[in-house]
Design a protein around this ligand. Structure first.
Ligand code: GRF
Length: 208
């Protein structure tokens, strides 16, 4: 920790409502959590504007500026490392991170996903769930590993929506859950309350 701070980087590609939740509920608050840097693969992402409004440093790393994904991810890693961050939070980051990036921030990259994993990984999780006709939706915060939404699960919350028909119906309720669960996960990290079970590295142990 630097000066008692718990510093996080956020990667986001889209509107950044989860980033906003982190800014509104944690950033600069009594728990010492600081959103130290926000990066995107999309130069025009609304998430970057939200960060700028909060006076958080931003940068964008469009793939076209680099020879390949590995070079792009190396640039992101070098940039966020310069902000001395202890945790990397993917909040609607739509590119897959390369193994070298994940090794550099081993067990320090987490993601929020709008489904109860392992159901409906990947893109359009809510659309997949609707197509399946589920009655219970939900949100997962998990460690990021080399797979697509396959890392160990940190927090999950279910939401019964038996009458939902459209993505809008679901997101109208799911967003609020995401905006609580992701900050809660970051809070747990800041308290040092998250670790992998040495007896079973699929299991995440949370200190009470
Ligand atoms: C969220 O639904 C999150 O679960 C998914 O991408 C979406 C990002 O939304 N990974 P926003 O950009 O934070 O509003």
């Amino acid at each position: 920790m630097s000066d008692g701070q718990f510093r996080i980087a956020v990667l986001a590609s889209g509107t950044g409502s989860n980033l906003q939740a982190l800014l509104d509920t944690l950033h600069g608050g009594p728990e010492g959590i600081v959103v130290a840097a926000v990066a995107s693969d999309k130069p025009g992402a609304r998430a970057l504007e939200r960060a700028e409004q909060a006076a958080v440093p931003t940068a964008s790393f469009p793939l076209g500026d680099y020879s390949d994904r590995a070079a792009r991810d190396a640039a992101i890693a070098a940039w966020i490392a310069g902000y001395d961050v202890q945790l990397v939070v993917l909040a609607g980051y739509m590119a897959l991170l390369t193994p070298a990036f994940l090794q550099r921030f081993e067990q320090r990259v987490i993601n929020v996903h709008p489904a109860l994993l392992p159901a409906f990984p990947g893109l359009d999780a809510v659309g997949q769930a609707l197509a399946h006709g589920v009655k219970v939706f939900g949100v997962t915060v998990h460690f990021v590993d080399d797979g697509v939404d396959t890392g160990p699960i940190i927090l999950q919350r279910a939401l019964e929506l038996p009458h939902a028909r459209t993505r809008e119906d679901v997101f109208a309720r799911l967003r609020g859950v995401e905006h609580e669960l992701l900050p809660e996960a970051v809070r747990l990290f800041a308290r040092g309350a998250v670790r992998l079970d040495p007896a079973d590295p699929r299991r995440v142990l949370l200190e009470p």
